[in-house]
Design a protein around this ligand. Structure first.
Ligand SMILES: *[C@@H]1O[C@H](CO)[C@@H](O)[C@H](O)[C@H]1NC(C)=O
Ligand SMILES: *[C@@H]1O[C@H](CO)[C@@H](O)[C@H](O)[C@H]1NC(C)=O
Ligand SMILES: *[C@@H]1O[C@H](CO)[C@@H](O)[C@H](O)[C@H]1NC(C)=O
Ligand SMILES: *[C@@H]1O[C@H](CO)[C@@H](O)[C@H](O)[C@H]1NC(C)=O
Ligand SMILES: *[C@@H]1O[C@H](CO)[C@@H](O)[C@H](O)[C@H]1NC(C)=O
Ligand SMILES: *[C@@H]1O[C@H](CO)[C@@H](O)[C@H](O)[C@H]1NC(C)=O
Ligand SMILES: *[C@@H]1O[C@H](CO)[C@@H](O)[C@H](O)[C@H]1NC(C)=O
Ligand SMILES: *[C@@H]1O[C@H](CO)[C@@H](O)[C@H](O)[C@H]1NC(C)=O
Ligand SMILES: *[C@@H]1O[C@H](CO)[C@@H](O)[C@H](O)[C@H]1NC(C)=O
Length: 889
């Protein structure tokens, strides 16, 4: 609607003129203003519109590269958004910023792509605040960039802002602005406040921000036709806790027709979002003795403040003390004149926020401080060592493991593996701050100095591996005592370390120990060889925990399990599988190769456990294929593997739990009816397409899934789709060959006819199956239905299209609630995917991009419909609000 267009042109990022370059008397204390990607030799600078000092981001992040927007984009947006940092390496890259614990901060991050890489391919990725997802950033169709703002109370003295790669495009960021707020404002019952809009009522076109606003909030002007503007030049007392800038309070809106209420309506996104509302008032008209302004402030169904009179030339803020939820028609704020009042209602400024819950805890602060110190001491540059060490699980640091007691307890670091890490210098004291550490591996480095005594005082330690260093001196007696209590201490390969016999001639054990030790090592070797022999005979083992030999212990326990616990726990015993599923209590479903059970690991992580039926002859092969593949590939749209069990005949795969089941169930209306809207279906299609695109183009060598079907597309708690079941997957050959010849496998109906005929497998077979899934999403018809004129869905659709009988193709459960163009485009994509000849099929990147366009078309339809449906005098969408606009020339 018109209102929104007006809004856009008002959304100037940079303030031009009037309010600019003021004072300098105002303090910027606690402000963090980072111009990401700014070269150090241009840092710092004062920005041209309000004098705020921006610095380069390079002291706050170790990874990423500097980029620069296109020249013409630069000219339009100016210096602050001219450079960016982008992240070609690693899955998660994090800024680590020093903040004050327990402080309410206004945090703003901005993204402007500006074709910095010359590829004209806008990226999309996820934004995290600490361990929690804050927002999805999708710069597609955002030539003017986007900004996200949140009011958030910090839980520690450091704040991580992380960018997470989710597809093939690279995350990037243009600016970070952090402003401490008063701690008595913007309080919530729970969660943080994402800005939805913040406006002052004026016909002006100027944005207001620092220095008028001491917190550097940005106030956009807003006005609409049923309003009448009143203004004042008098000074307004804004020392109320919210400190709305005086310049924003100097104007106000009242209804044109003085007997009508003043209406402000908007549609939150999502429509059931929890909302906090802040309304700022000041009486700016000089009232005569006989005049009175009094009104009720009513947010339909939620809030009723009756008989309110704004104080004279003084700020007064009314707000919702608890989160409110508007009804399905949106939020409807009315200021209604009371019978006593002689003047119409008035309002000067308004802010609306939606609640984002950040439920995930962070790793114990003392562990974080310690591990960061260790990282700095040894100058470790491990790409995954950014952000929180243990959470979220998907991005936990490599080479360490954590104990996750339950969802509300901060995880603790229990194992640290810094072998082969090029460590030099002595063993750092800071290790002792990792008080829950059980296993410490510093083997194969160049550590010098003596073995510190503090290791003996770390009560949790059960294994210390110092093999292959240059340590000197003798072994502390206290450590030798711990060894007698069961501590495993590995010390070989330190040529200058005094061995027991040479340094401690007094003890009786001196002659005994080496004997026991070598006897123990011999035993280990024998056991290992025997085990390998047993495994080899049965089947090729999954060699993920290669045992090491040569362990000095007191002779009681040198076994395979000790050396293997150093690798990330992923292999489970059958007993553990029984425990995690509570003895196979709850079955979730049954697949081709066995029953899937619900389970729980680490106390709180829900998992799905697929137990392979022993009768399945192909079982072990598929099992092995799947474990090997899932250990190698990781993508947000692929179901991830938590672990596996490979114990004799008992084989199990343990996956992340997908609470919303599979796509097929939803299409057939099973859980809770036919509730997949067209938008939902497109989102699922895009997710699945991205997962498949990753297999085809993101993996080297590429992988063909071979069993794409609607039952293998699973949905997580947010209805994000992930591909599952990789038992049939094959890597395809690199080099000049374009296909591999295999025995045909897959699911009837979804099977590529060309592959079926030729036995030649290429990624195009997946594209065919994906096309079938798309047709299912569109039509919700069975793929093969013998009673139909054309039993196979593909033939039937072609038949219907040729006959021009198109309305009957689309799933009636959608009730024609869709953008028809979007549906047609989807049909077109699907039909190109199912071309009989693989040469006629598009590649997955193309499919994914085309589907995204369908989604955008559908989303914009939904946006417009909401505009029209709400009888609003003011209408916002988050999208239009967060749009960044270039500054005027
Ligand atoms: C930038 O602003 C600060 C304070 O606002 C001032 O001290 C400094 O001199 C300014 N620097 C430049 C280069 O203008
Ligand atoms: C980007 O900004 C320009 C200049 O203000 C405007 O003309 C254009 O419509 C904007 N693009 C979008 C997609 O909002
Ligand atoms: C502004 O208002 C505050 C409290 O409402 C009051 O304490 C203060 O004295 C006022 N300041 C002026 C200059 O009137
Ligand atoms: C003002 O509103 C009142 C009550 O809704 C209505 O009766 C009246 O006609 C309106 N006046 C004008 C000029 O529109
Ligand atoms: C608001 O409260 C006042 C006084 O309590 C009452 O008269 C009025 O009807 C209420 N309005 C609504 C819409 O609930
Ligand atoms: C380690 O712990 C000590 C004592 O609790 C503390 O003073 C020190 O700052 C900690 N060091 C690091 C790097 O966290
Ligand atoms: C994890 O921590 C809890 C609480 O401190 C403890 O009870 C449990 O034994 C620990 N688990 C492991 C595997 O260390
Ligand atoms: C130690 O490092 C060397 C050279 O980098 C490597 O060949 C060897 O396999 C490593 N040993 C262990 C046990 O990791
Ligand atoms: C150990 O130190 C010696 C002498 O300082 C040096 O020659 C040797 O390379 C070092 N070994 C390792 C593994 O760093």
């Amino acid at each position: 609607m018109k209102v929104r267009d007006n809004m856009k042109s008002h959304l100037l990022l940079a303030i031009i003129g009037t309010f600019g370059v003021m004072i300098g008397a105002q303090t910027q204390e606690g402000f963090i203003s980072l111009d990401c990607g700014l070269p150090l030799d241009e840092s710092p600078y004062n920005n041209s519109f309000n004098g705020l000092t921006f610095t380069s981001d390079s002291n706050f992040i170790q990874t990423g590269k500097n980029g620069k927007v296109d020249k013409d984009v630069f000219d339009r947006f100016g210096k602050q958004y001219g450079t960016m940092r982008y992240f070609p390496d690693g899955k998660r890259n994090c800024y680590s910023l020093d903040v004050k614990r327990g402080t309410n901060y206004d945090i703003v991050v901005s993204f402007l792509y500006g074709n910095y890489d010359g590829r004209n391919l806008e990226p999309s990725f996820d934004l995290y605040l600490g361990t929690n997802k804050w927002a999805r950033i999708d710069l597609g169709s955002r030539p003017n960039g986007t900004r996200h703002e949140i009011i958030h109370k910090t839980k520690s003295n450091s704040l991580d802002i992380c960018l997470v790669k989710t597809g093939t495009t690279l995350p990037m960021i243009s600016a970070i602005e952090i402003r401490p707020l008063g701690n008595d404002i913007y309080l919530t019952k729970s969660g943080s406040l994402a800005l939805f809009f913040r406006d002052y009522f004026s016909t002006s076109v100027e944005e207001i921000r620092y220095a008028d606003d001491i917190y550097d909030r940005v106030w956009y002007p807003f006005f609409d036709s049923p309003y009448k503007q009143i203004t004042t030049n008098l000074d307004i007392n804004n020392s109320d806790t919210y400190k709305v800038p005086k310049t924003a309070l100097m104007s106000a809106a009242t209804p044109k027709n003085a007997s009508e209420p003043l209406l402000i309506t908007w549609t939150p996104k999502p429509s059931n979002a929890e909302v906090y509302l802040y309304m700022h008032f000041a009486e700016i008209e000089a009232l005569e003795a006989t005049q009175k302004r009094e009104f009720d402030v009513i947010l339909k169904g939620n809030f009723n403040h009756s008989g309110f009179s704004p104080p004279k030339l003084e700020l007064y803020t009314l707000y919702t003390a608890e989160a409110v939820q508007c009804d399905s028609e949106g939020c409807n704020l009315q200021l209604v004149k009371t019978p006593k009042s002689t003047l119409p209602p008035l309002i000067n400024a308004i802010e609306v926020y939606t609640v984002i819950e950040f439920p995930q805890v962070e790793t114990s602060q003392s562990d974080v401080a310690a591990i960061k110190n260790i990282k700095a001491t040894y100058q470790l540059s491990k790409i995954s060592w950014q952000g929180d060490p243990c959470l979220p699980l998907d991005f936990s640091w490599e080479n360490l493991r954590c104990n996750y007691t339950d969802a509300s307890t901060p995880p603790r670091i229990t194992s640290l593996d810094l072998s082969n890490s090029g460590l030099t210098g002595s063993i750092t004291q800071t290790l002792q701050n990792l008080t829950q550490l059980q296993e410490l591996d510093l083997s194969n480095n160049s550590l010098t100095g003596s073995i510190p005594t503090f290791l003996a005082n770390m009560k949790s330690l059960s294994l210390i591996n110092l093999i292959g260093n240059n340590l000197t001196g003798s072994i502390p007696q206290a450590l030798l005592d711990r060894r007698k209590e069961g501590l495993v201490l590995k010390l070989e390969g330190n040529p200058d370390l005094c061995t027991l016999s040479s340094c401690k001639p007094k003890e009786k054990t001196k002659f005994l120990l080496p004997v026991i030790a070598s006897a123990a090592s011999l035993l280990v070797v024998v056991v290992v060889v025997a085990l390998i022999f047993v495994f080899r005979k049965k089947k090729v083992p999954l060699d993920l925990n290669t045992p090491t030999s040569m362990t000095i212990t007191d002779g009681r326990q040198a076994s395979q399990s000790e050396s293997s616990i150093l690798s990330k726990k992923i292999r489970f015993t059958y007993t553990e599988v029984q425990e995690m599923t509570n003895n196979f209590e709850k079955a979730l479903g049954e697949g081709g190769f066995g029953v899937v059970y619900h389970g729980c690991v680490n106390g709180n992580q829900q998992v799905a456990v697929k137990l392979l039926s022993q009768s399945s002859s192909q079982g072990y092969k598929h099992f092995k294929a799947e474990v090997e593949l899932l250990m190698r590939v990781h993508h947000i749209n692929l179901v991830s593997l938590v672990g596996y069990c490979d114990e004799g005949k008992d084989l199990a795969l343990i996956y992340e739990y997908m609470p919303n089941g599979d796509l097929k169930q939803h299409l057939s209306g099973k859980p809770g009816g036919f509730n997949l809207s067209w938008e939902n279906r497109l989102k699922i299609a895009v997710d699945a397409a991205l997962g498949l695109e990753y297999l085809h183009t993101g993996c080297k060598p590429p992988i063909v899934h071979r069993d794409i079907k609607s039952t293998n597309i699973l949905l997580d708690q947010n209805f994000q789709a992930k591909l599952a079941d990789f038992g049939l997957s094959r890597s395809f050959p690199t080099g000049n060959e374009t296909h591999v010849s295999t025995v045909v496998a897959g699911t009837p109906g979804y099977l590529d006819p060309e592959y079926y005929q030729t036995n030649w497998l290429t990624e195009k077979s997946d594209i065919y199956s994906f096309g079938i899934v798309l047709l299912e999403l569109i039509t919700n018809c069975p793929i093969i239905q013998p009673s139909r004129e054309k039993p196979h869905l593909v033939d039937w659709i072609s038949f219907m299209i040729t006959n021009g009988d198109i309305t009957n193709i689309v799933d009636p459960h959608l009730h024609q609630n869709y953008d028809i163009g979007s549906v047609w485009k989807a049909i077109e994509i699907a039909m190109s995917c199912v071309s009989p000849s693989s040469a006629g099929r598009p590649n997955m990147s193309r499919v994914a991009n085309d589907l995204k366009e369908c989604l955008i078309a559908e989303e914009s339809r939904i946006g417009e419909r909401q505009d029209m449906e709400s009888k609003s005098s003011m209408n916002y969408s988050r999208d239009s609000y967060t749009e960044m606009s270039p500054k005027a020339r």
